[in-house]
Design a protein. Structure first.
Length: 342
């Protein structure tokens, strides 16, 4: 079974695509491509641009990213020895350049995520397409009513009424924007006070307080595995990339007697169809179930052995092909694929 990274690269190769990410730290730029052609080491840098190339031609450029998130990618494609701190997988450094090839632990780290404040909340709402459409529509309707009232009054000729409308439009736009700003303050204050960041929070499961970093790593790993598997999600056969922008809410539940976490997050997906990139952004909810076959730590070199018969098995095999034993997994939280998602 191929790794999630290999599945992603296979999808990109099938579409003849290269994904390039550009980061900035102070005045220095860093570039990384998913196929590893360029792999600058990055330390606490902001993502400022993402480009999608097909046959050397840029199809799409994305420049909207959260300034409060910094990324660190320190591993090179060298031949030095490296051991994954999560699962103990030991190999050369170049095998880890996009995360651990066995457990999916990310060395593509998100850091410096700050508590939400009013400025960030306002910026998020004002940048939304829905808000811009609502503000513009309201402004046009009110300006149109004012224009019709001026014409019907007969006080001004029609061309003066048109000039007044063009003067009124920006004033109306500014006034409405200011009004909505004041109306949103109480709502956003409550959102800021009650906001919990899944990246930095700790969650209580079976009376044990756990760091959410493992949950985030496993969620990203599971989405990579499933989104690029056409047998599970055939509707995603044109998906070439995705990015989780924010973890919105989460709740601890039970699936039978097994702990589970229902997570809602904002995700941005990129699809390639007929030489064009289509971006889809929205909220998605998934359920992660605690893996009953989880085994937290083990050490190995370039092969994985069955704990029952000792046979060499694939790094991503779930069942031993020789004796049929279920192989231990370092993935603590697995996706509940029985929950149908759109």
């Amino acid at each position: 079974m191929p790794s999630p990274l290999q599945m992603h690269l296979q999808r990109l190769a099938k579409k003849n695509l290269v994904v390039e990410e550009i980061f900035r730290h102070k005045d220095q730029l860093f570039v990384r491509t998913l196929n590893g052609n360029r792999n600058d080491s990055v330390y606490k840098a902001n993502k400022i641009e993402k480009n999608y190339y097909q046959g050397g031609k840029r199809l799409y450029r994305e420049k909207k990213f959260d300034d409060n998130i910094t990324y660190t990618m320190t591993l090179s494609r060298g031949d030095n020895e490296f051991t994954c701190s999560e699962c103990g997988y030991h190999a050369t450094e170049k095998e880890f350049y996009d995360g651990c090839p066995y457990c999916g632990a990310s060395f593509y780290l998100e850091q410096g995520v700050h508590q939400k404040n009013l400025t960030q909340s306002f910026k998020q709402i004002f940048s939304m397409k829905k808000y811009k459409i609502f503000l513009g529509s309201t402004c046009m309707i009110l300006t149109g009513i004012s224009f019709m009232g001026t014409l019907q009054s007969g006080e001004y000729p029609w061309f003066i009424a048109v000039m007044l409308m063009f003067v009124t439009l920006p004033v109306m736009l500014f006034t409405l924007h200011l009004l909505y700003t004041f109306l949103l303050i109480p709502y956003l204050l409550v959102k800021v006070i009650t906001y919990r960041d899944l990246r930095n929070d700790r969650i209580m499961i079976d009376k044990v307080r756990m760091s959410n970093q493992k949950i985030i790593q496993d969620l990203n790993y599971q989405l990579l595995v499933h989104y690029y598997d056409e047998k599970i999600f055939p509707q995603y056969q044109d998906l070439v990339d995705f990015e989780i922008l924010e973890y919105d809410t989460y709740k601890v539940i039970k699936k039978g007697n097994i702990p589970a976490i229902r997570i809602t997050f904002i995700i941005r997906k990129y699809f390639e169809r007929n030489g064009r990139i289509k971006k889809v952004q929205g909220k998605e909810t998934v359920t992660l179930i605690r893996n009953q076959n989880y085994y937290p730590k083990f050490t190995m070199n370039s092969v994985k052995k069955c704990h029952n018969c000792g046979a060499n098995v694939g790094l991503f095999d779930k069942i031993c092909s020789y004796c049929g034993s279920i192989l231990p997994s370092n993935i603590l939280w697995v996706l509940d694929i029985s929950q149908q998602r759109k």
